[in-house]
Design a protein around this ligand. Structure first.
Ligand code: ATP
Length: 610
């Protein structure tokens, strides 16, 4: 606590007696912070309710914040909502240490430790009535996701009253963390490690996410703390073999016996008992054919974790070369500009760059310049001080630039940034400091900036709508993401986005022939619906929407084609100049089946018409 107070005085230059309530973000502002947390919030909600049920009788509120200290979920008493709001115990309140001084959430973010901050231990005199008990929550890569907090405005004076609350919060935080770990690791093997053979199926101490080759891709906090590597460096990226002298195939083979397998940790000599869950969530894979392909692009959507740079590159050489160049400039203070059509994965790449950088544990703050009214962009970006203008919110607002301090600022649709904001942004980038409206002293910021646009920025520069000097500052390395139709790994992407369903030959051909104006986003939506409609886990032509099966959007044949399966067959036959062998290969059906279908649909080759 003493260190936190020193940080507040020396680093954040806060005044303990400063009046003014904690900042509470507007619903729109909060939306921007909740969005990247949606999947986690969905998983954590049930536990949040349970925890609230356990402590509600004692007038506690329960808050879940993101790693910036912003309350993204909250359960309190409707009866004294106004009081709670005033105390800052509310959805959208900002509890970072830099903003509110020593407090449960902010200090937990700064230290990474569970704790209770009791009454007078708070830095600001305003908060000395509060008692906050908190525990951090980490993602599978070990980065802080957020903080779970239970707070009380009238806890007993004795600090020991919080001991039980601390245990409850730690336990709930761990359950949320593990739930999220399992959801995020659906496409990997998950090894559960238990210290007890008898309890291995019910009491899991550590979780490891592992790929088919046995590389450790994720670990929960318990696994990280068990010191599986001795003290020989980080766990992630090691192989199972290095840790336990056992390959993944050997572990899978042994696990077939159905009993937890003893694994002896080579570094520590400790024995763990392992249970195994196969990708897609089933306990153990049935056949070798179901093994995940090593370089498959992960299915996106709610059931999977964020994709890394390599996963986004998939098997496409253009993407692979972009990723290689991005890695070379990473952490060198070079601005990265991501170009490409809508839905090609610009934002996904920006997230992956941040996660792959040295700033990964710091905030990633995105702003979509096209989605915010021009008049609001400057305050969104740069913030303002208390009373900076009529209608300004009490306590002022910290802009996104300041919120991204230490981390990455992602400026999406940068081409839509108004000229005034461009000038101020240029100053931030050049001087590394920001002067929010109404402030008299600049505030130092340290940011990495990634921007993206689907527009031709050079044309905007030529037309005087984009500042040339800003363009050059942002454009250290430019990468143009290929549209889906040009990606050479399209079939892989389609198959992976269909998981857990599979795709039959004609459906795959139709999907390959589509021009995909909405790129990966459109494909993702189509596959989600198709997988839901499919019967027996196989996507067929009937499960695809007309825009895919209707050949008008397919690889543009000159004359209209019939709809449905006949149209797809015809377009494939045309593509192969009516070579039945090659067309049958592409459709993954036998030549005789294709001949039968040609007859059934009455398809006639142009050669026969002549
Ligand atoms: N290689 C990939 N594999 C699987 N899913 C991907 C891949 N690249 C992007 N996606 C997914 O496709 C969707 C669209 O990606 P994203 O939002 O990053 O595109 P964008 O180029 O930023 O789009 P816009 O220009 O419309 O903002 C997201 O759900 C993203 O997770």
């Amino acid at each position: 606590m003493r260190r936190s107070w020193a940080r507040c005085l020396n680093n954040h230059q806060l005044d303990p007696a400063r009046p003014g309530r904690p900042v509470v973000l507007t619903r729109t502002e909060l939306g921007g912070f909740r969005e990247p947390m949606e999947e986690f919030i969905g998983i954590a909600t049930a536990e949040l309710r349970r925890l609230h049920g356990q402590v509600a009788g004692s007038d506690y509120v329960v808050m879940l914040t993101d790693a910036n200290g912003i309350a993204v979920d909250y359960l309190g008493h409707a009866s004294f909502e106004q009081q709670l709001k005033q105390a800052g115990l509310y959805l959208g309140s900002v509890w970072s240490e830099a903003q509110e001084g020593t407090n449960g959430v902010g200090t937990c973010i700064a230290t990474g430790e569970p704790m209770t901050v009791h009454r007078g231990e708070h830095f600001r005199s305003l908060h000395t009535g509060l008692t906050c008990t908190v525990a951090p929550i980490f993602d599978p890569a070990g980065q802080m996701l957020g903080v779970l907090d239970v707070s009380n405005m009238s806890a007993p004076a004795d600090r020991r009253s919080q001991m039980l609350a601390l245990e409850l919060v730690k336990r709930s935080a761990r359950l949320m963390e593990d739930g999220y770990f399992l959801a995020r690791s659906r496409r990997h093997w998950v090894i559960g490690l238990s210290a007890s053979r008898e309890l291995a199926d019910v009491v899991i101490d550590g979780l490891l996410a592992v790929d088919a080759g046995g590389t450790i891709l994720g670990a929960n906090q318990t696994a990280l703390r068990t010191g599986l590597t001795g003290d020989a460096g980080p766990l992630l990226g090691r192989s199972l073999y290095e840790l336990f002298g056992l390959t993944m195939d050997a572990l899978i083979g042994r696990q077939r016996t159905g009993t937890p397998q003893p694994l002896r940790c080579l570094a520590t000599g400790t024995t763990w008992f392992a249970t195994l869950r196969q990708p897609t969530g089933r306990p153990l894979r049935a056949t070798p054919a179901e093994r995940p392909r090593p370089h498959a692009v992960a299915p996106s959507g709610a059931t999977t974790g964020p994709l890394g740079l390599d996963e986004l590159a998939g098997g496409d050489p253009a993407m692979a070369s972009h990723v290689q160049r991005i890695r070379r400039v990473l952490d060198k203070g070079i601005g990265i500009m991501i170009l490409g059509e809508t839905g090609t994965g610009k934002e996904a790449v920006a997230h992956a760059i941040h996660r792959g950088s040295a700033r990964a544990s710091r905030p990633f703050v995105g702003i979509n310049c096209a989605a915010i009214p021009e008049s609001l962009i400057e305050s969104e970006l740069f913030g303002y001080a208390d009373g900076a203008f009529t209608g300004a919110r009490r306590g002022g607002v910290r802009g996104k630039v300041q919120l991204a301090d230490g981390g990455t600022l992602f400026l999406d649709e940068i081409g839509d940034m108004p000229l005034g904001a461009q000038t101020r942004l240029l100053r931030v980038l050049a001087e590394r400091e920001i002067l929010p409206l109404g402030h008299d002293r600049p505030i130092a910021v340290d940011l990495s900036v990634i921007c993206a646009t689907h527009q031709d920025l050079e044309r905007l520069v030529a037309a005087g709508r984009f500042r040339e000097d800003l363009y050059y500052r942002l454009n250290g390395l430019a990468v143009t993401l290929p549209p889906l139709r040009d990606r050479s790994d399209k079939a892989d992407l389609i198959r992976t986005l269909a998981v857990p369903a599979r795709i039959d030959g004609p459906a795959l051909s139709a999907l390959l022939a589509c021009r995909w104006p909405g790129n990966i986003r459109q494909l993702q939506n189509v596959m989600r619906v198709a997988a839901a409609l499919s019967e027996g886990g196989v996507i067929r032509l009937d499960d695809l929407p007309a825009e895919v099966t209707r050949p008008a959007l397919s690889a543009a044949p000159p004359e209209p084609l019939p709809s449905g399966e006949a149209g797809v067959l015809l377009s494939v036959l045309r593509r192969h100049q009516w070579c039945v062998t090659r067309a049958a290969e592409e459709l993954h059906i036998s030549r005789s089946t294709l001949h039968r279908k040609i007859n059934r649909f009455g398809l006639v080759s142009p050669a026969r018409l002549e």
